[in-house]
Design a binder for this molecule. Sequence first.
Ligand SMILES: [Fe+2]
Length: 227
Amino acid sequence: MNPDHPATLASLPPDPVSAAAEIHMSLMHWIDLEGVAHGDAAAIEHIALQFMLHGHQPYEGRRREDVNALEHALQCAHLAELAGAPDALVAAALLHDIGHFDIDLGDEVDDRHEERAAAWLQPVFGAAVAEPVRLHVNAKRCLVSIDAHYAECLSPASVHSLALQGGAMSHDEVRDFQALPHADDALQLRRWDEAAKMSGRLTPPLAHYLGVLASLLRQDAPRLTVA
Ligand SMILES: [Fe+2]
């Protein structure tokens, strides 16, 4: 397995046990997992596998953007890093769309991917990672209401999903959203999300960001807690 190009299963042994062992050995080679609890290391392996299985898929399903799902995730995380965001927010940027990976309801239904992703992330990484992910869809609805320039720059696929997700927020909805813990992180994440769709943009490889996830999970690191 090459975490830089986890696009296919072709390089893995056909039986699941051997494939899982190869993924594990590859991660041990590329990422320093020392100090990460066994269950947490398994969570990182699960994330790597999800990107390997689904990263080649076009971002935003059949309403294609210029990047695939892995490229979009890496660009979003890279933009967070370049902005000096804390590791938890970089992780949220990387993982904000993993809820798309395990379900395909087509392009005409809101798949609630943010809720599924956040529910999985919360017990592993805590609120600092999970909540910006949970809120990133409503952050778009908020930004469309308060920032005309942001609304004009939405991609066609984002405009389409915005309608499915409830459209622009009302004044009262904006006020309530902005009062939520982690709303500021979610708004920032949403701006990186929209900018992370540039074909050919260079980023660090997935292994780099799996290392960021590992650093958040070391046993001696302060656990990210619910705000
Ligand atoms: Fe996204």
